[in-house]
Design a protein around this ligand. Sequence first.
Ligand SMILES: *Cc1c(COP(=O)(O)O)cnc(C)c1O
Length: 395
Amino acid sequence: MAHFDSLCARETEDLRTTKPHILPLYLTSSFVFDSIDQGIRIFGKEENGHVYSRYANPTCDSVAEKLSLMESFGTGVESHAMMFSSGMAAIHTLAMTLLRSGDQVLTQGNLYGGTTELFTKVMSRCGIETIMTDLTDLNEAERILSKPSSIKLVYFETPANPTLSCIDLEAVCNLAKLHGIPVAVDNTFATPYLQQPLTYGADFVIHSTTKYLNGHGNSIAGVLIGRDKELMKTKVWETMKLIGTNVSPMEAWLVAQGLKTLPLRMERHSSNAMKLAEFLVNHPRVSVVNYTGLPSHPYHQLASKQMRAHGGMLSFELEGGIEAGITAMRKIRFCILAPTLGDIDTLILHPASMSHRSIPGDIRERNGITDGLIRVSVGIENIHDIIDDIDQAIS
Ligand SMILES: *Cc1c(COP(=O)(O)O)cnc(C)c1O
């Protein structure tokens, strides 16, 4: 190097000798071709190669591949996955790939709030109509699907927020298949450790990896897993690269750390949630406990059929409405007041005064978000600390 300023400006040499134990973080926007001939072959798709990190990045590809293997593990189904900058970006990219003006989406009324708004506020501007129905009612779903319509996607979540109502994966997938309509399932609450929608015929599985898959609350990202590998690698990939919904390598890398302990965490989330639910059922201030692990929950049987365990999410109804909810939240000492879920630590939320305060009371009630409802993402701490804190706060 003839000049000092050129030396400073040039890339630091990669002195890697032996293979790193942990997946390297490739924070690079582009990749270098050995020669013009290699560049021509890669651009011409005759040779595999990374080009530009909006198209694909080795760190992101590795984590997506692991997520694909996890979601299809033991199902006999092959799949291909891509990561996105958020769960919302994964949903948006899928919708922009499959739907066009005049098409309809069939979904449920109690979707994750952001997804409801994406469909009703953003997708509607592209001429895509959203039909919301109660997908736990199979007769109603069949009635809608049997009529002539422009439904091009069935989209749902199970278990759903905040009452943990469950949709029959097998029944809805079969029904949609009968009418040739693809099914996408948001599996964020369950994770592939507890539930694998591909087994039941789902065409796409979506996660906000921000939640349980990362588990440590330090990255926002999403993943889309599809059983049509060709479609994923062509049309879905093309949409992703053109609207720029790709994940950042840093965020993907953080997800990779969380994946290693997913089974351990989900077992502990589930057993802690079961103990908290059993405690709350007998509490004099609590009128309802929503946890599918309880035999009294209306979806206990269905959840037991399609899930390996019941997960870490529960909600309960405090007698005394809004005031009781706010008072309890003021007294919380150990649990964390934060509007997310799926982290290591216990997170608690009073939807009526926090996340859902701008939604009119009657619409809230219709979706099970009553004034005294408290949602808990039960963490993996010692269960006695969780129970003691909630007990003192609601007593
Ligand atoms: C959080 C969440 C999303 C959105 O994911 P982001 O990563 O926040 O974009 C979608 N679906 C469910 C069920 C969620 O909990």
